[in-house]
Design a protein around this ligand. Structure first.
Ligand code: PLP
Length: 483
């Protein structure tokens, strides 16, 4: 016996039994998802029980798990449910959940060289390049999601295109202010990245998109020329492979040609849409993506992996490494030691990092990439099915084209003007969400409030969309008559 303490269990058999129960409980929970509402409000009494002072003494694993069952599990955000189509959320998978447990059990720190864990991550990055048709010798990194992927990609863009050593001098010593270009349908994480990089959001030119919500090449050309003659330094275009509002895909091949001609960096935000490249049917719409200097995308959205996992690919490995590598004495790689290999920390912001590659590796092995391609096609077909239901219904109006998996529509009643319709649709949406029937989200397209359904959900069936349409129509009519 020793009087030294540890966090390992005193009784391994007890924890083993509890662990088996946890696995069983969660698998039953996932198997029966469809029987529960998408969402339910957390009662005040539960909120009050969550608000506790810092525990000074332990309550034990069993009792902590009971608290999870009572206070946490019944009140999810709902994104794993078959009828959650809000924002762009992923669903995760049962095996993905188990892989997360295995990764946490091994608990490697993959910032440095980590033997098998590093090999698995390189393998996953290799597969990601194949999935997108990106060059095999490109560089890459798994990170927390699209926002971080955009930040890392744009960091490399800034550093490569700066006329000074911007890592050393800072942006204050740039001879000319750098400008970047995208459509006004671009995700806010791009602006955040530009702000974090010290480039200033005023220098991100968010050009008005066309009627299909795509960037206009001629207007982009003009904006760049105008900025050049005004003394700015245009460095980068951000192209969208699937915008968050409507799923629009910018003319990527045209952007690649323009960037080559203008000596500018092409970064693509393909958070979910880049994965459409898995489908032979959808791939042509993404032509040009393979020519980009960097591509950011998520695996926790349209690859249905558990949160978090996103990916950045950078065409030239040296560009990528030069933006992040920094080796102080305490991180020096000694020859011949276990640390003598490429370090992932040299390609991104994090030093310590987890084993998010494992769930990707195991899931792709479990299902094979062809199944993911079919599921993506299924989601797109479901979006088209919903768009057809909307168009066929006299009380509903489609508000934007449906090039991928996103449908923007509204309940439309002749008796109401624009403001009235916005308010009515907003209250229909709140009703859908709060009653737990379905969780779409909203956006504004062309100045009109839209109920927005974004399907990155492997559990959705067409009957779920029938149910949504019925619920929107009956709630819309009920509110009209009540008014
Ligand atoms: C979700 C999304 C992002 C941000 O990705 P996160 O994984 O949420 O950080 C960026 N761009 C687009 C188009 C997105 O849909």
């Amino acid at each position: 016996m020793t009087d030294e303490e540890t966090l390992d269990p005193g009784n391994w058999q007890e924890l083993r039994d509890l662990g088996h129960r946890m696995v069983d409980d969660m698998l039953v929970y996932l198997e029966t998802l469809r029987d529960r509402p998408v969402w339910q409000p957390m009662p005040e009494e539960v909120q009050a029980r969550l608000d506790q002072p810092l525990p000074r003494k332990g309550q034990g694993a069993e009792s902590a798990y009971q608290d999870f069952q009572d206070l946490v599990l019944p009140y999810p955000f709902g994104n794993i449910h078959p009828r959650h189509w809000g924002w762009v959320n992923g669903t995760g998978t049962p095996l993905g959940m188990l892989a997360e447990m295995l990764a946490a059990g091994m608990n490697p720190n993959t910032g440095g060289f980590n033997q098998a864990a590093s090999a698995v991550e390189s393998q996953v990055l290799g597969w990601c390049k194949q999935m997108l048709g990106y060059p095999a010798d490109a560089s890459g990194l798994l990170l927390s999601g699209g926002s971080m992927a955009n930040l890392v990609g744009l960091t490399v863009a800034r550093n490569v295109k700066a006329q000074v050593d911007v890592r050393r001098s800072g942006v204050g010593e740039l001879p000319n202010a750098m400008t970047l270009y995208c459509s006004d349908e671009t995700h806010s994480s791009v602006q955040k990245a530009v702000e974090l990089l010290g480039l200033g959001s005023q220098h991100l030119r968010q050009l008005p998109a066309d009627s299909d919500y795509r960037i206009e090449l001629a207007a982009l050309d003009e904006a760049i020329a105008r900025d050049r003659s005004a003394g700015y330094h245009p460095i980068c275009v951000i192209g969208n492979a699937g915008t968050v509002n409507t799923g629009a895909i910018d003319p990527l091949d045209g952007l690649a040609t323009l960037c080559e001609r203008e000596n500018m960096w092409l970064h693509i935000d393909g958070a979910f849409g880049a994965l459409a490249a898995l489908s032979a049917e959808l791939r042509p719409a993404l032509k040009g993506m393979e020519r980009a200097d960097s591509v950011a995308f998520d695996l926790h959205k349209w690859m249905y992996m558990p949160y978090e996992v996103g990916c950045i690919l950078v065409r030239k490995e040296a560009d990528h490494r030069k933006s992040f590598a920094l080796t102080p004495a305490y991180l020096t790689k000694t020859k011949g030691s276990i640390a003598d290999s490429p370090w992932m920390a040299d390609y991104g912001i994090q030093l310590s990092r987890g084993f998010r590659a494992l769930k990707v590796w195991m899931s792709i092995k479990e299902h094979g990439i062809e199944k993911y391609a079919r599921l993506i096609e299924q989601n797109v077909a479901q979006a088209h099915y919903l768009a057809e239901l909307v168009e066929a219904h006299q009380d509903l109006e489609l508000l934007a084209p449906t090039p991928l998996n996103i449908v923007c529509f509204r309940f439309a009643a002749e008796a109401l003007d624009g403001t009235g319709l916005d308010a009515l649709n907003s209250s229909i949406l709140v009703h859908l969400q709060q009653s737990g029937i379905a969780v779409p989200s909203s956006t504004v397209v062309n100045g009109r409030f839209a109920i927005r359904v974004s399907i990155t959900n492997h559990r959705t069936r067409r009957e779920d969309l029938d149910l949504l349409v019925d619920a929107v129509v009956s709630e819309g009519r009920r509110r009209l008559t009540a008014a």
